[in-house]
Design a protein around this ligand. Structure first.
Ligand code: TRP
Ligand code: SF4
Length: 369
């Protein structure tokens, strides 16, 4: 059985196993309805729980919310951009947007100070979200360490709606820090449905597959809360949260893309020159020699440069297919391909960084929850 550790350093490589072992449903059946979304179209968003509920709200034009969180550590990179694009997409579909800066989690699990976390959450994450198109006037954004009383009350009450054995079964070895992070995340996900925050309505949580343990536990807590209906002396009724799961881009050297390893990612604030250097030394799916590549073709599935095209740089499916087939058939050679990728990344960074400077001015006011 595939183990899923939200704080681990291993990349998940068996997405199929997640369907069988944990009951994540394939996203496939929704694919045709969301052809405008590159990540859906290309199967990068591959799984869900209870997305039917969100789909129904969308179709019936009923209110629904999107909630997700960011762990502020390090630079905002292309891996994070995928989440940002999804948040922006949900905003365009009319979802109410809740975004949590998980500074308690990054302090407990990654030793990031609250001051650093605040700076990173605002000037890296939020500023990039806005530069990518998020409307900051229409979001609820908070820090786990600095929020409203009702949220903390819910977090504490949630501790009684999950058992130690259940936590051990889901997370393996526990530490006090993990337990607090997990309870905070339950409150992050459920609090939009407290009466003070808008009451019960469908909430979708788009996350990487590594976050599924939190969703399983939160959904259990939600059904118990529902059974009890006694939050804060008032009824607390909540719709169990829905979720979607995306696959991760690999790091540029293969392996996991990680904020703690600058060689594994390109930051959106990075100079185009440094980005090009990273592209030039990135792991490809190419052959040892040009002759061999011409003869056997490359393996785009094993190529981190291809990941960049697939996730971000090439929105047109026909154009992507040309790259894919060119690589497979040996018409495309890694040197040229990397040069092509470098041009696209440089152009993107150049344009994006102009917007980013402006966005930093806009998000200044968010440093208080
Ligand atoms: N644990 C998430 C991460 O590691 C961050 C997070 C905190 C989160 N609260 C959340 C994600 C609520 C989704 C929903 O990145
Ligand atoms: Fe990757 Fe391009 Fe080389 Fe194919 S040709 S392996 S896509 S770098």
């Amino acid at each position: 059985m595939e183990k899923v550790d939200p704080w681990g350093s291993e990349a998940i490589d068996d997405y199929q196993g997640l369907f069988e072992d944990f009951g994540i449903e394939p996203f496939e059946k929704f694919r045709k309805h969301f052809q405008d979304n590159r990540y859906v179209r290309r199967g990068i968003i591959f799984g869900h729980r209870d997305f039917d509920r969100i789909f129904k709200s969308m179709n019936e034009k009923k209110p629904f919310a999107m909630m997700t969180g960011l762990m502020p550590s390090g630079k905002f990179h292309f891996g994070h951009k995928m989440v940002a694009d999804q948040i922006i997409w949900y905003q365009s579909l009319g979802a109410e947007i809740f975004v949590c800066a998980a500074d308690v989690e990054s302090w407990l699990m990654r030793d990031v100070t609250f001051e650093q976390a605040r700076d990173i959450a605002i000037n890296e994450y939020l500023a990039n979200y806005v530069a990518l198109g998020l409307n900051p006037k229409k979001i609820k954004f908070w820090f786990q360490s600095d929020y409203r009383n009702e949220y903390y009350r819910l977090r504490d009450k949630a501790s009684k709606r999950v058992t130690f054995n259940e936590m051990k079964a889901i997370y393996g070895e526990l530490t006090p820090g993990k337990i607090v992070s997990v309870l905070a995340q339950i409150a992050d996900i459920l609090h939009p449905q407290l009466p003070e925050f808008g009451g019960p309505r469908p909430v979708v949580v788009p996350v990487g597959a590594d976050q599924d343990p939190h969703l399983r536990l939160t959904r259990d807590a939600a059904s118990r809360l529902n059974a009890e209906r006694e939050m804060g002396g008032r009824d607390f009724e909540c719709v169990p949260p829905s979720s979607t799961y995306h696959k991760f881009m690999r790091g540029l050297q293969g392996g996991k893309m990680s904020s703690s390893d600058p060689k594994s990612y390109i930051a959106l604030s990075e100079s185009p020159k440094d980005a090009v250097n990273k592209i030039m030394s990135a792991k490809t799916g190419g052959r040892a020699t040009v002759d061999e590549q011409r003869e056997k073709g490359g393996v785009p599935e094993d190529c981190t440069i291809y990941d960049l095209f697939l996730y971000h740089l090439v929105d047109d499916d026909k154009e992507l297919e040309k790259i894919y087939m060119g690589c497979k058939k040996g018409g495309r050679i890694c040197g040229e391909c990397k040069a092509n990728c470098s041009d696209m990344v440089s152009k993107f960074l150049h344009e994006h960084q102009k917007r980013l400077e402006k966005a930093k001015g806009i998000v200044k006011g968010f440093s208080k929850s």
